[in-house]
Design a protein around this ligand. Structure first.
Ligand code: IMP
Ligand code: MG
Length: 174
């Protein structure tokens, strides 16, 4: 990890400002309601922790973890639930929180799966969006930053489980 060449893409100050803006937007949209916020493990845990603390509406939190069959950092088509949420979501306002949307396969699977449980509403908030890499159509309801192709780490995002704890977001240089 020490030898990995990388440069800061988003500083912790820029990130914090943007996360607060997202939280304000979400709180406006859900005014007077109670949200169930579902974080996608592991990558979303840092973003979610910041987001919910800026959120000026009541929320319950839950987590899910998905596994995709494929190698390395490339998602394949087949995704399974490795850890399910523990809260019932029928009739509830649900917000999925994810670190990054890339091909769109993971989130389109999760949205499809959770919709079957009849939530009152289901939206998605992503910290980062690699828009040009989509393999299936997917648009998040709330997006922190749109980024170009390239591998990013920090603020929960990992490279082979490393670098999640870095407070800034870095782009790996090849
Ligand atoms: P996809 O949208 O199904 O391709 O998958 C998105 C998932 O791939 C994310 O939840 C991340 O775990 C992982 N991922 C994609 N791009 C990156 C990156 O640049 N850094 C770290 N993880 C990434
Ligand atoms: Mg992830």
């Amino acid at each position: 990890m020490k030898s990995m060449e990388k440069e800061v893409l988003f500083s912790k100050e820029i990130i914090s400002k943007r996360v607060q803006e997202l939280a304000d937007e979400i709180a406006r949209d859900y005014k007077g309601r109670e949200l169930i916020v579902i974080g996608v493990l592991k990558g979303a845990f840092v973003f979610m922790a910041d987001l919910i603390r800026f959120l000026q509406i009541p929320c319950l939190v839950d987590f899910t973890q998905l596994a995709s069959y494929g190698s390395g950092s490339v998602s394949s088509g087949s995704i399974v639930i490795k850890k399910d949420i523990s809260l019932p979501i029928e009739g509830r306002d649900v917000l999925i929180v994810e670190d990054i949307v890339d091909t769109g396969l993971t989130l389109s699977f999760l949205v499809r799966t959770l919709k079957e449980r009849s939530p009152r509403s289901l939206k998605v908030c992503v910290f980062l969006d690699k828009k040009m890499r989509r393999q299936v159509p997917f648009t998040a309801d709330y997006t922190g930053f749109v980024i170009d192709d390239g591998f990013v780490v920090g603020y929960g995002l990992d490279f082979s489980e490393q670098a999640r704890s870095l407070p800034d977001v870095y782009i790996i240089k090849e």
